[in-house]
Design a protein around this ligand. Sequence first.
Ligand code: PPS
Ligand code: ADP
Length: 274
Amino acid sequence: MAVIGAAPWRFCSFSDSKLGFSDSLSSPSAKFVRWNAVRFDAVKARSRHVTPIKAVKAFVSGQADGAGGKNGMSTNIVWHECSVDKLERQRLLQQKGCVIWITGLSGSGKSTLACALSRALHFRGNLTYVLDGDNVRHGLNRDLSFRAEDRAENIRRIGEVAKLFSDSGIICIASLISPYRKDRDACRAMLSEGNFIEVFMDIPLEVCEERDPKGLYKLARAGKIRGFTGIDDPYEPPLNCEVVLQQTGGDYNSPSDMAKTVISYLEEKGYLKA
Ligand SMILES: Nc1ncnc2c1ncn2[C@@H]1O[C@H](COP(=O)(O)OS(=O)(=O)O)[C@@H](OP(=O)(O)O)[C@H]1O
Ligand SMILES: Nc1ncnc2c1ncn2[C@@H]1O[C@H](COP(=O)(O)OP(=O)(O)O)[C@@H](O)[C@H]1O
């Protein structure tokens, strides 16, 4: 215990567990060490103009100061808090940063909706940024294939980038097939409650295949593309998402009407004001 007074945060080893503590720190004395570390972070935070409650949150999420900080394969990393925070950025932009995650089959209209939404929000004076699966695979994710593990990594990386955009106060629109529920749910879990808005393009496979703007379904049916979503690879529809968009015929389902539906949701939930 004597060492606690010296510099307790140095003795906290982080693990990948939800709370960020290793099993060896679960005894009563270890809990004391942990709590003191939180207090020390709060004291140190005050001197850096970071609110103590943020320091506690940072500690609990494994982002606190301290040698031994570990995140995946990155060791000895130290979270640096900046005095300009999300709330201030949101006030500047007069909106709330969030992630609108558009999921659905190839050809379901994800990219079209993403752009229509971005255009309509831009017109209203809201700052947005679109992360399109196809586009991100041209750069950041060019090393990833369409195997399940690579799709998961594609979605994880885009989720992390979207989280940064959201933290910047921007309304980030991510449009990806993201066929696996657990991968989408993992992105949802990265963000705070309510900041992940999942939009499901509930368009039947036959309609998507009929559209086939890139001729990919034809190639997949001919066996020239293997593991194509909806043909010989799975798509798991959301069970409980925020918005479902369907094609029931008529003008009502135009991309701009779909964008209006999403904007109504954002308005109702207060995202379009600071
Ligand atoms: N095997 C296979 N399955 C599905 N889609 C394929 C495949 N191979 C290439 N493409 C093209 O890649 C686009 C989907 O990329 P995503 O990053 O959105 O996919 S995923 O979320 O990782 O599943 C997708 O774009 P969209 O049509 O806009 O959905 C296709 O153009
Ligand atoms: N709401 C809609 N109604 C009718 N056609 C649409 C709609 N949205 C998109 N499309 C058309 O469907 C095709 C696929 O759209 P796209 O946005 O590229 O889908 P995805 O990004 O899901 O692959 C395109 O030819 C597009 O013009």
